[in-house]
Design a protein. Structure first.
Length: 259
């Protein structure tokens, strides 16, 4: 029994109760084990507090990161862990520079253009996951998603406000431009995004077409204004070669073999 007459178990229970009141979730989860360890190893009380507060801080960081990941709406969970540097036509030095994300800190853009199956979407999503892991805010869209934003906010004339809000995101990723015809609303949405983000935040696009060919997809006036802003501070990466997906399929790597 302690000098105050209180049993250690009673004190621990009260700490747990206070943690619930103060919303110290990760502190509360660890307090029982840490108290036992501190008693057994004769820790200084300050060390026990340090360990518990560190557990709370790290837990909150993990929770924030996972919340940002959910809000990003990254589509399939493809990260750099599954990325094969040697199978990409992008030079290894360039790949490493993209993975550093220094270009995002400079509010520069990225365009990855090339044939289907050459790793464009995988690269963009892996960059997105890496940015989330580094405490950046990320958002993933198709070009038609941007068109839907235009239509939804046109009703109350809040389109500009919606894209201004989107431009507070550290990195916006737009996938598969040119794969399907682009509607007028989608073209407007893409332009509004690029304009809102210009010299403030970073946009990364994947496209079957080089940006110089965007006038084949949309009104030439919009295409010209869009590409002018997009390319002013942009890294343009052109992928080449055969489809990685098709190569995996023909070699039997695309599926788990049947019994």
């Amino acid at each position: 029994m302690s000098s105050s007459g209180r049993q250690p178990a009673d004190a621990t229970a009260e700490v747990v109760t206070l943690c619930r009141r103060l919303r110290l979730k990760y502190f509360r989860e660890q307090v029982g084990d840490v108290v036992l360890t501190a008693r057994a190893q004769r820790w200084d009380p300050a060390e026990a507090m340090r360990v518990l507060l560190l557990a709370e801080a790290e837990g909150r960081d993990r929770s924030t990161t996972e919340l940002r990941r959910r809000r990003a709406h990254l589509p399939s969970g493809k990260t750099f862990e599954a990325w094969s540097e040697g199978r990409s036509s992008i030079p290894a030095k360039t790949q490493r520079a993209l993975r550093s994300l220094e270009w995002v800190s400079r509010a520069e853009n990225l365009v990855v253009a090339g044939p289907a199956g050459t790793g464009k979407s995988h690269l963009l999503e892996a960059i997105g996951h890496s940015a989330v892991d580094r405490q950046m805010t990320v958002a993933w869209f198709s070009v038609e998603d941007l068109g839907a934003i235009v239509r939804r906010h046109r009703v109350d004339d809040s389109v500009s406000k919606a894209f201004a809000q989107l431009a507070t995101t550290s990195l916006v990723l737009v996938d598969d431009i040119g794969l399907l015809p682009i509607s007028a609303d989608a073209a407007e949405g893409l332009y509004r995004l690029i304009d809102a983000m210009y010299e403030r935040r970073s946009v990364a696009l994947s496209s079957n077409l080089h940006p110089s060919g965007f006038d084949q997809l949309m009104d030439k006036t919009i295409a010209s204004a869009l590409v002018d802003r997009l390319m002013h501070h942009a890294h343009v990466i052109v992928t080449e070669g055969e489809s990685v997906r098709l190569a995996d399929a023909t070699s039997g790597k695309g599926v788990v073999p049947l019994g």
